[in-house]
Design a protein around this ligand. Sequence first.
Ligand code: ZN
Length: 388
Amino acid sequence: MPQIYSAREMLEKLVSFPTVSSESNLELVDWVEDYLASHGVKSHRVYNAEGTKANLYANVGPEVEGGVILSGHTDVVPVEGQDWDTDPFTVVEKDGKLYGRGTCDMKGFDALALAAVPLALKRGIKRPIQIALSYDEEVGCVGAPDMIDAMAEHMPRASAAVIGEPSMMKAVSGHKGAFGIRTHVHGFEVHSSLIHTGVSAVMEAAKLIDWANQMNAINAAAPVPPEAADFVPPYTTLHVGIVHGGTANNITAKDCEFGLFIRCVPGDSFDYWTKAYLDKVAEVEAGMKAIRPEAWIETRVTKGVPGLKPEKDGAAEALVRRLTGDNSTNVVSYGTEAGQYQERGHSAIICGPGDIAQAHQPNEFIEISQLEAGEQFMHRLIDYLSED
Ligand SMILES: [Zn+2]
Protein backbone atom coordinates (compact mmCIF):
# COMPACT_ATOMS: atom_id res chain seq x y z
CA MET A 1 0.00 0.00 0.00
CA PRO A 2 1.33 3.46 -0.86
CA GLN A 3 2.07 5.29 2.37
CA ILE A 4 0.83 8.88 2.51
CA TYR A 5 2.14 11.39 5.05
CA SER A 6 1.61 15.09 5.42
CA ALA A 7 4.83 17.10 5.72
CA ARG A 8 4.22 17.36 9.43
CA GLU A 9 3.56 13.65 9.90
CA MET A 10 6.69 12.94 7.89
CA LEU A 11 8.67 15.30 10.12
CA GLU A 12 7.36 13.54 13.22
CA LYS A 13 8.47 10.24 11.77
CA LEU A 14 11.96 11.45 10.79
CA VAL A 15 12.59 13.17 14.12
CA SER A 16 11.72 9.93 15.94
CA PHE A 17 14.94 8.37 14.60
CA PRO A 18 17.73 9.66 16.89
CA THR A 19 20.22 10.04 14.05
CA VAL A 20 22.91 11.91 15.94
CA SER A 21 26.04 11.95 13.77
CA SER A 22 27.87 9.59 16.12
CA GLU A 23 25.16 6.94 15.64
CA SER A 24 23.98 4.89 12.68
CA ASN A 25 21.30 6.38 10.43
CA LEU A 26 20.37 3.03 8.91
CA GLU A 27 17.01 2.68 10.65
CA LEU A 28 15.94 5.97 9.14
CA VAL A 29 17.33 4.92 5.76
CA ASP A 30 15.45 1.58 5.93
CA TRP A 31 12.26 3.40 6.71
CA VAL A 32 12.64 5.97 3.91
CA GLU A 33 13.49 3.20 1.49
CA ASP A 34 10.29 1.33 2.38
CA TYR A 35 8.25 4.49 2.11
CA LEU A 36 9.62 5.31 -1.34
CA ALA A 37 9.23 1.69 -2.44
CA SER A 38 5.56 1.86 -1.46
CA HIS A 39 5.28 4.46 -4.22
CA GLY A 40 7.27 2.40 -6.68
CA VAL A 41 10.38 4.55 -6.26
CA LYS A 42 13.67 2.70 -6.10
CA SER A 43 16.30 4.00 -3.65
CA HIS A 44 20.04 3.60 -3.84
CA ARG A 45 22.43 3.56 -0.92
CA VAL A 46 26.00 4.76 -0.66
CA TYR A 47 27.53 3.44 2.55
CA ASN A 48 30.38 4.75 4.66
CA ALA A 49 33.54 2.62 4.83
CA GLU A 50 32.34 0.78 7.95
CA GLY A 51 28.88 0.09 6.54
CA THR A 52 27.27 1.70 9.58
CA LYS A 53 25.72 4.69 7.83
CA ALA A 54 24.41 5.39 4.39
CA ASN A 55 23.44 8.13 2.00
CA LEU A 56 20.22 7.47 0.15
CA TYR A 57 19.26 8.84 -3.24
CA ALA A 58 16.32 8.25 -5.51
CA ASN A 59 14.94 9.45 -8.81
CA VAL A 60 11.26 10.35 -8.55
CA GLY A 61 9.54 10.59 -11.91
CA PRO A 62 10.89 9.97 -15.40
CA GLU A 63 14.55 9.11 -15.86
CA VAL A 64 15.39 12.15 -17.92
CA GLU A 65 17.72 15.09 -17.62
CA GLY A 66 16.69 18.50 -16.37
CA GLY A 67 15.30 17.49 -12.98
CA VAL A 68 15.93 19.10 -9.61
CA ILE A 69 17.99 17.63 -6.78
CA LEU A 70 16.52 18.13 -3.32
CA SER A 71 19.40 17.64 -0.92
CA GLY A 72 19.22 17.21 2.83
CA HIS A 73 21.19 15.55 5.58
CA THR A 74 19.79 12.88 7.87
CA ASP A 75 22.11 13.42 10.82
CA VAL A 76 21.55 15.80 13.71
CA VAL A 77 23.79 17.29 16.38
CA PRO A 78 23.84 15.78 19.89
CA VAL A 79 21.48 16.76 22.67
CA GLU A 80 23.84 15.86 25.52
CA GLY A 81 24.41 18.64 27.99
CA GLN A 82 21.51 20.65 26.58
CA ASP A 83 18.53 21.63 28.65
CA TRP A 84 15.48 20.41 26.73
CA ASP A 85 11.93 21.02 28.00
CA THR A 86 10.57 18.07 26.01
CA ASP A 87 11.86 14.80 24.53
CA PRO A 88 14.15 15.94 21.68
CA PHE A 89 13.13 12.97 19.52
CA THR A 90 9.40 13.52 19.75
CA VAL A 91 7.87 16.44 17.87
CA VAL A 92 5.88 18.64 20.22
CA GLU A 93 3.72 21.56 19.10
CA LYS A 94 3.63 24.77 21.13
CA ASP A 95 2.64 28.29 20.05
CA GLY A 96 2.80 27.63 16.32
CA LYS A 97 6.14 25.90 16.58
CA LEU A 98 7.20 22.29 16.28
CA TYR A 99 9.92 21.38 18.74
CA GLY A 100 12.39 18.54 18.33
CA ARG A 101 15.98 17.83 17.38
CA GLY A 102 16.39 18.31 13.65
CA THR A 103 13.01 19.97 13.09
CA CYS A 104 14.92 22.95 11.73
CA ASP A 105 18.32 21.49 10.81
CA MET A 106 17.22 19.83 8.67
CA LYS A 107 14.63 17.12 8.83
CA GLY A 108 12.01 19.76 8.05
CA PHE A 109 13.26 20.01 4.51
CA ASP A 110 13.79 16.25 4.26
CA ALA A 111 10.18 15.77 5.32
CA LEU A 112 8.89 18.25 2.76
CA ALA A 113 10.79 16.56 -0.05
CA LEU A 114 9.66 13.07 0.94
CA ALA A 115 6.04 14.03 1.60
CA ALA A 116 5.88 15.62 -1.87
CA VAL A 117 6.71 12.35 -3.65
CA PRO A 118 3.14 11.01 -4.01
CA LEU A 119 1.92 14.35 -5.29
CA ALA A 120 4.76 14.60 -7.81
CA LEU A 121 3.99 11.12 -9.13
CA LYS A 122 0.27 11.79 -9.28
CA ARG A 123 0.84 14.98 -11.23
CA GLY A 124 3.03 13.08 -13.68
CA ILE A 125 6.01 15.41 -13.49
CA LYS A 126 7.89 15.47 -16.79
CA ARG A 127 11.31 15.97 -15.22
CA PRO A 128 12.36 14.24 -12.03
CA ILE A 129 12.81 15.23 -8.44
CA GLN A 130 16.03 13.62 -7.29
CA ILE A 131 16.08 13.11 -3.55
CA ALA A 132 19.53 13.08 -1.96
CA LEU A 133 19.83 12.38 1.77
CA SER A 134 23.28 12.29 3.29
CA TYR A 135 24.88 11.20 6.56
CA ASP A 136 27.60 12.95 8.60
CA GLU A 137 26.92 16.46 7.37
CA GLU A 138 27.25 17.82 10.89
CA VAL A 139 30.76 16.45 11.29
CA GLY A 140 32.29 18.14 8.27
CA CYS A 141 30.07 17.28 5.29
CA VAL A 142 31.72 13.88 5.08
CA GLY A 143 28.95 11.77 3.57
CA ALA A 144 27.65 13.67 0.56
CA PRO A 145 30.60 13.66 -1.88
CA ASP A 146 30.41 9.91 -2.61
CA MET A 147 26.66 10.17 -3.11
CA ILE A 148 26.97 13.11 -5.50
CA ASP A 149 29.49 11.09 -7.52
CA ALA A 150 27.24 8.03 -7.54
CA MET A 151 24.26 10.11 -8.64
CA ALA A 152 26.29 11.52 -11.50
CA GLU A 153 27.12 8.00 -12.57
CA HIS A 154 23.71 6.38 -12.23
CA MET A 155 21.10 9.06 -12.77
CA PRO A 156 20.25 11.52 -15.52
CA ARG A 157 21.80 14.90 -14.88
CA ALA A 158 19.67 17.37 -12.96
CA SER A 159 19.73 21.04 -13.92
CA ALA A 160 19.73 22.40 -10.38
CA ALA A 161 20.45 21.33 -6.82
CA VAL A 162 18.53 22.83 -3.91
CA ILE A 163 20.23 22.29 -0.55
CA GLY A 164 17.50 22.76 2.02
CA GLU A 165 19.48 24.08 4.98
CA PRO A 166 17.46 26.52 7.08
CA SER A 167 17.33 29.86 5.27
CA MET A 168 13.75 30.99 6.03
CA MET A 169 13.00 29.91 2.44
CA LYS A 170 15.29 32.61 1.07
CA ALA A 171 17.71 31.99 -1.75
CA VAL A 172 21.22 31.79 -0.34
CA SER A 173 23.80 31.76 -3.07
CA GLY A 174 27.10 31.73 -1.23
CA HIS A 175 29.12 30.71 1.77
CA LYS A 176 32.79 30.56 2.61
CA GLY A 177 34.74 27.34 2.38
CA ALA A 178 36.74 26.10 5.33
CA PHE A 179 39.52 23.67 6.07
CA GLY A 180 42.09 23.04 8.75
CA ILE A 181 45.75 22.17 9.05
CA ARG A 182 47.05 20.41 12.17
CA THR A 183 50.64 21.28 13.01
CA HIS A 184 52.97 19.52 15.41
CA VAL A 185 56.30 21.27 15.93
CA HIS A 186 58.95 18.86 17.22
CA GLY A 187 61.61 20.91 19.01
CA PHE A 188 64.71 19.96 20.97
CA GLU A 189 64.81 20.15 24.76
CA VAL A 190 67.68 21.90 26.54
CA HIS A 191 67.85 24.07 29.64
CA SER A 192 66.58 27.44 28.53
CA SER A 193 69.81 29.12 29.66
CA LEU A 194 71.37 27.27 26.71
CA ILE A 195 68.64 28.31 24.30
CA HIS A 196 71.13 28.73 21.46
CA THR A 197 71.69 24.96 21.46
CA GLY A 198 68.03 23.93 21.65
CA VAL A 199 64.88 24.42 19.63
CA SER A 200 61.77 25.62 21.40
CA ALA A 201 58.75 24.11 19.69
CA VAL A 202 56.60 26.80 21.30
CA MET A 203 58.65 29.68 19.96
CA GLU A 204 58.87 28.15 16.49
CA ALA A 205 55.10 27.56 16.52
CA ALA A 206 54.70 31.23 17.44
CA LYS A 207 56.31 32.16 14.12
CA LEU A 208 53.75 30.10 12.24
CA ILE A 209 50.88 31.49 14.27
CA ASP A 210 52.09 35.00 13.69
CA TRP A 211 52.22 34.23 9.99
CA ALA A 212 48.46 33.75 10.24
CA ASN A 213 48.19 37.23 11.80
CA GLN A 214 50.22 38.69 8.98
CA MET A 215 48.06 37.01 6.35
CA ASN A 216 44.90 38.35 7.99
CA ALA A 217 46.33 41.86 7.85
CA ILE A 218 47.32 41.45 4.19
CA ASN A 219 43.92 40.00 3.27
CA ALA A 220 42.08 42.75 5.12
CA ALA A 221 44.04 45.42 3.26
CA ALA A 222 43.68 43.87 -0.20
CA PRO A 223 41.05 45.08 -2.70
CA VAL A 224 37.80 43.11 -2.37
CA PRO A 225 37.03 40.93 -5.39
CA PRO A 226 33.38 41.17 -6.52
CA GLU A 227 32.56 37.53 -5.62
CA ALA A 228 33.63 38.17 -2.02
CA ALA A 229 31.90 41.52 -1.57
CA ASP A 230 28.78 40.16 0.19
CA PHE A 231 30.69 38.28 2.89
CA VAL A 232 31.46 39.60 6.36
CA PRO A 233 34.39 40.08 6.44
CA PRO A 234 34.90 40.05 2.66
CA TYR A 235 38.22 38.22 2.72
CA THR A 236 39.81 34.92 3.70
CA THR A 237 40.58 34.59 7.40
CA LEU A 238 43.06 32.40 9.28
CA HIS A 239 42.58 31.44 12.89
CA VAL A 240 44.36 29.44 15.57
CA GLY A 241 42.00 28.54 18.39
CA ILE A 242 43.95 26.02 20.46
CA VAL A 243 47.64 25.64 21.24
CA HIS A 244 49.26 22.94 23.37
CA GLY A 245 52.97 23.01 24.12
CA GLY A 246 55.83 23.04 26.55
CA THR A 247 56.46 21.56 29.99
CA ALA A 248 58.39 24.13 32.04
CA ASN A 249 59.48 27.75 32.05
CA ASN A 250 63.13 26.80 31.86
CA ILE A 251 63.04 24.07 29.20
CA THR A 252 62.93 24.70 25.46
CA ALA A 253 59.71 22.95 24.53
CA LYS A 254 59.98 19.61 22.80
CA ASP A 255 56.43 19.69 21.47
CA CYS A 256 53.91 22.24 20.40
CA GLU A 257 50.69 21.45 18.59
CA PHE A 258 48.05 23.74 17.19
CA GLY A 259 45.28 23.83 14.64
CA LEU A 260 45.04 26.45 11.94
CA PHE A 261 41.56 26.94 10.54
CA ILE A 262 41.15 28.81 7.27
CA ARG A 263 37.87 30.21 5.94
CA CYS A 264 38.16 31.02 2.26
CA VAL A 265 36.03 33.43 0.28
CA PRO A 266 34.95 32.15 -3.13
CA GLY A 267 37.80 32.52 -5.57
CA ASP A 268 40.43 31.70 -2.97
CA SER A 269 41.51 28.09 -3.10
CA PHE A 270 42.39 25.59 -0.39
CA ASP A 271 45.37 24.58 -2.53
CA TYR A 272 46.72 28.11 -2.59
CA TRP A 273 46.54 28.51 1.17
CA THR A 274 47.86 25.04 1.85
CA LYS A 275 50.89 25.72 -0.31
CA ALA A 276 51.46 29.17 1.19
CA TYR A 277 51.39 27.71 4.70
CA LEU A 278 53.58 24.74 3.88
CA ASP A 279 56.13 27.09 2.27
CA LYS A 280 56.24 29.01 5.55
CA VAL A 281 56.54 25.74 7.48
CA ALA A 282 59.52 24.74 5.31
CA GLU A 283 61.19 28.06 6.00
CA VAL A 284 60.71 27.79 9.77
CA GLU A 285 61.77 24.15 9.77
CA ALA A 286 65.00 24.99 7.91
CA GLY A 287 65.89 27.42 10.69
CA MET A 288 65.18 24.76 13.34
CA LYS A 289 67.26 22.14 11.59
CA ALA A 290 70.20 24.55 11.32
CA ILE A 291 70.36 24.36 15.13
CA ARG A 292 69.24 20.75 15.63
CA PRO A 293 68.80 18.40 12.66
CA GLU A 294 66.45 16.27 14.80
CA ALA A 295 63.92 19.09 15.00
CA TRP A 296 61.09 19.04 12.48
CA ILE A 297 57.52 20.05 11.76
CA GLU A 298 54.68 17.68 11.06
CA THR A 299 51.52 18.89 9.31
CA ARG A 300 48.24 17.27 8.41
CA VAL A 301 45.65 18.93 6.22
CA THR A 302 42.13 17.99 7.28
CA LYS A 303 39.45 17.62 4.67
CA GLY A 304 37.66 20.86 4.08
CA VAL A 305 34.20 21.92 3.08
CA PRO A 306 34.32 23.84 -0.19
CA GLY A 307 32.69 27.22 -0.36
CA LEU A 308 29.59 28.01 -2.37
CA LYS A 309 30.34 30.61 -4.97
CA PRO A 310 27.47 32.84 -6.08
CA GLU A 311 26.80 31.82 -9.71
CA LYS A 312 26.31 34.37 -12.42
CA ASP A 313 22.89 33.63 -13.95
CA GLY A 314 22.83 30.29 -12.14
CA ALA A 315 20.02 27.87 -12.99
CA ALA A 316 19.45 26.90 -9.35
CA GLU A 317 19.19 30.49 -8.20
CA ALA A 318 16.81 31.38 -11.02
CA LEU A 319 14.63 28.40 -10.15
CA VAL A 320 14.45 29.21 -6.44
CA ARG A 321 13.72 32.87 -7.11
CA ARG A 322 10.92 31.84 -9.43
CA LEU A 323 9.43 29.42 -6.89
CA THR A 324 9.77 31.67 -3.83
CA GLY A 325 9.53 35.14 -5.34
CA ASP A 326 12.53 36.03 -3.21
CA ASN A 327 14.85 38.50 -4.90
CA SER A 328 17.14 39.34 -1.99
CA THR A 329 20.85 38.63 -2.15
CA ASN A 330 22.07 36.43 0.68
CA VAL A 331 25.26 34.76 1.69
CA VAL A 332 25.72 32.93 4.98
CA SER A 333 28.53 32.20 7.35
CA TYR A 334 27.84 28.48 7.89
CA GLY A 335 29.17 25.74 5.62
CA THR A 336 26.91 23.32 3.76
CA GLU A 337 27.01 20.55 1.19
CA ALA A 338 26.08 23.06 -1.53
CA GLY A 339 29.72 23.75 -2.35
CA GLN A 340 30.26 20.01 -2.85
CA TYR A 341 27.49 19.92 -5.46
CA GLN A 342 28.85 23.01 -7.15
CA GLU A 343 32.38 21.65 -7.10
CA ARG A 344 31.04 18.67 -9.08
CA GLY A 345 29.52 20.84 -11.75
CA HIS A 346 26.00 21.35 -10.41
CA SER A 347 24.25 24.66 -10.26
CA ALA A 348 23.51 24.86 -6.53
CA ILE A 349 21.59 27.06 -4.12
CA ILE A 350 20.57 26.90 -0.46
CA CYS A 351 16.90 27.28 0.32
CA GLY A 352 15.05 25.62 3.16
CA PRO A 353 12.56 26.23 5.93
CA GLY A 354 13.44 27.42 9.41
CA ASP A 355 15.95 29.79 10.89
CA ILE A 356 19.58 28.76 11.31
CA ALA A 357 19.48 30.52 14.69
CA GLN A 358 17.46 27.56 15.99
CA ALA A 359 19.84 24.95 14.64
CA HIS A 360 21.92 23.00 17.17
CA GLN A 361 20.10 24.68 20.09
CA PRO A 362 18.24 23.08 22.98
CA ASN A 363 14.50 23.27 22.27
CA GLU A 364 15.20 23.47 18.54
CA PHE A 365 12.03 24.26 16.63
CA ILE A 366 10.59 25.06 13.24
CA GLU A 367 7.69 27.44 12.85
CA ILE A 368 4.66 25.76 11.36
CA SER A 369 4.40 28.71 8.97
CA GLN A 370 7.86 27.83 7.66
CA LEU A 371 6.81 24.26 7.06
CA GLU A 372 3.80 25.60 5.18
CA ALA A 373 6.01 27.91 3.12
CA GLY A 374 8.08 24.83 2.32
CA GLU A 375 4.96 22.97 1.16
CA GLN A 376 4.13 25.88 -1.13
CA PHE A 377 7.63 25.64 -2.50
CA MET A 378 7.22 21.92 -3.21
CA HIS A 379 3.86 22.47 -4.91
CA ARG A 380 5.34 25.15 -7.16
CA LEU A 381 8.31 22.94 -7.88
CA ILE A 382 5.97 20.16 -8.95
CA ASP A 383 4.09 22.62 -11.17
CA TYR A 384 7.37 23.69 -12.70
CA LEU A 385 8.51 20.11 -13.31
CA SER A 386 5.15 19.32 -14.90
CA GLU A 387 5.56 22.02 -17.56
CA ASP A 388 6.65 21.07 -21.06
ZN1 ZN B 1 22.22 21.34 8.54
